[in-house]
Ligand binder design. Structure first.
Ligand SMILES: Cc1ncc(COP(=O)(O)O)c(C=O)c1O
Length: 449
């Protein structure tokens, strides 16, 4: 398996001869006919979902699955509080931000209260892509430059400027002429310690220098603070020296919290907090509305002020009454049920349990992550640390057949990407680890046969 795009990892191959039900085969044919070829389905045998409740989903045949992948419904599938909040708001009023409404202001105040004092303003969008797009526009306005540095397998979204700063789109997709990449800090292969942060910062400086050398002034370092598509590179925290290097280059640091934000990576709510930094701009989305489209960009007033004075901003659906109701209900769930603490504690326990499997399964090279964002590196050989994408592919499909849903990440699609809902119980965690043990045993045996 060669390098592929982020969307090709764990994707269904039409015509692969997968054992599909008649109903699913027909739906796939209709889907391809009407949606065209750009969409990808997960798994060798796609899962046809019809219903969800908290940590579970059900397929069309009534089979139940434990969801250990979906980071969007992070307070649980079909969360009753979020559903009720949206329903009530839709029945009362759902309109945009050009009218005076309490909800958007109340929520914005609550949201920025979870951030460092310096990050005190917020603007609303509909997706993580739009938030990153707005962040890059704001960085360009503030710095006068256009040059953007991203990590070597980063994914930041689908708008034109953001896709052109997303190397995970694949080698066939040209990055923008104003974009440079920096190798992601892979502690498993490069060795950890403080040195890695300094080394990463030096490489970042070199990337900004390369931009300048071809006449492009630096504007931003856009970084996913858990480096999910780079393979879930949680430790060590490297962004302190990187922030200094970014500012020295005259650029801004945009923390992309679309994956790590809202307590996914533990008790501090934001991935950048694990790195001990205060970013210039913070983009967020995915779990913000538990599946209802709502996203945002937070930042320093010194940046929002000049941008806003020069450029009026209106986004028809961004921050609409119902979107804000969904987001407020998600924050209520996290704060009142202390789900950030569950993320921290249960995430650590799951990682520890998966590490115990290393004694029996030699293909598990590394278990890492933060909170309930877990990466399990699958290797051919622990000595050489050579990635084993074929084994990772077999494992996620074996897990799917055993009714636990996970996926893959990383430059070689060899890192199991495990993102349980923040509402996971100990029993859910046990089922996840026991099923992984079973899948490892099955795939390991298949390998020897
Ligand atoms: C790190 C990161 N940033 C941005 C995005 C884009 O978000 P959206 O799909 O909501 O536009 C994604 C989506 O997967 C992401 O993983």
């Amino acid at each position: 398996m060669g390098k592929s795009t982020i969307l090709d990892g764990n994707s269904f191959q039409p015509g692969s001869g997968a054992d599909l039900t008649e109903q699913d085969a027909q739906l796939i044919a209709r889907r391809t006919r009407v949606l065209g070829p750009s969409y990808r389905l997960f798994y060798d045998r796609p899962v046809h979902l019809v219903r969800g409740a908290d940590t579970r989903v059900w397929d069309a045949e009534g089979n139940e699955y434990l969801d250990a992948y979906n980071n969007v419904p992070s307070v649980g599938h079909a969360n009753p509080r979020v559903a009720a909040a949206v329903h009530e708001q839709m029945r009362r009023l759902n309109t945009h931000s050009r009218y005076l409404q309490d909800g958007i202001v109340d929520y914005a105040e609550r949201l920025v209260a979870t951030m460092p004092d310096e990050v005190s303003q917020v603007m609303f969008t509909n997706s993580g892509s739009e938030s990153n797009d707005l962040a890059l526009r704001m960085a360009e306005h503030a710095t006068g430059g256009t040059g953007v540095v991203v990590t070597s397998e980063a994914y930041h979204g689908t708008t034109d400027i953001v896709a052109k700063a997303s190397p995970a789109m694949g080698s066939d997709f040209a990055l923008g002429a104003h974009v440079e990449t920096v190798p992601a800090p892979d502690a498993y292969r490069a060795g950890g310690g403080e040195g890695l942060g300094r080394h990463f910062a030096e490489q970042l400086t070199a990337a900004f220098d390369r931009l300048r050398a071809r006449g492009v002034a630096p504007s931003a370092f856009l970084v996913d603070t858990i480096m999910a598509s780079d393979g879930v590179l949680s430790d060590p925290a490297v962004l302190g020296p990187a922030l200094e290097a970014t500012h020295r280059a005259g650029a801004l640091l945009i923390a992309d919290e679309v994956q790590p934000g809202f307590a996914r990576t533990g008790d501090r709510l934001w991935g950048f907090a694990r790195h001990g930094i205060v970013p210039d701009l913070v983009s967020m989305g995915k779990p913000m509305g538990n599946g209802f489209p709502v996203a945002a960009l937070a930042g320093r007033p010194e940046l929002f002020g000049p941008f806003g004075r020069d450029i009026a901003y209106f986004n028809t659906f961004g921050g609409s009454s119902a979107a804000v109701a969904a987001a407020a209900a998600v924050l209520d769930e996290i704060q009142e049920r202390e789900l950030h603490l569950n993320s921290e504690r249960l995430g650590a326990a799951i990682r520890a349990d998966i590490r115990t499997l290393m004694d029996r399964h030699s293909c598990v090279g590394d278990v890492r992550g933060a909170g309930l964002f877990i990466g399990v590196e699958i290797v051919r050989d622990r000595g050489t640390r050579e990635p084993d994408p074929a084994m990772a592919h077999d494992l996620i499909n074996a897990m799917r057949d055993l009714h636990v849903l996970i996926s893959v990440a990383g430059p070689d699609n060899s890192v199991l990407k495990i993102r349980p809902m923040l509402t996971y119980t100990r029993a859910d965690a046990d089922r996840l680890v026991e099923t992984l043990d079973l899948a490892l045993t099955r795939c390991g045996r298949a390998l020897q046969a």
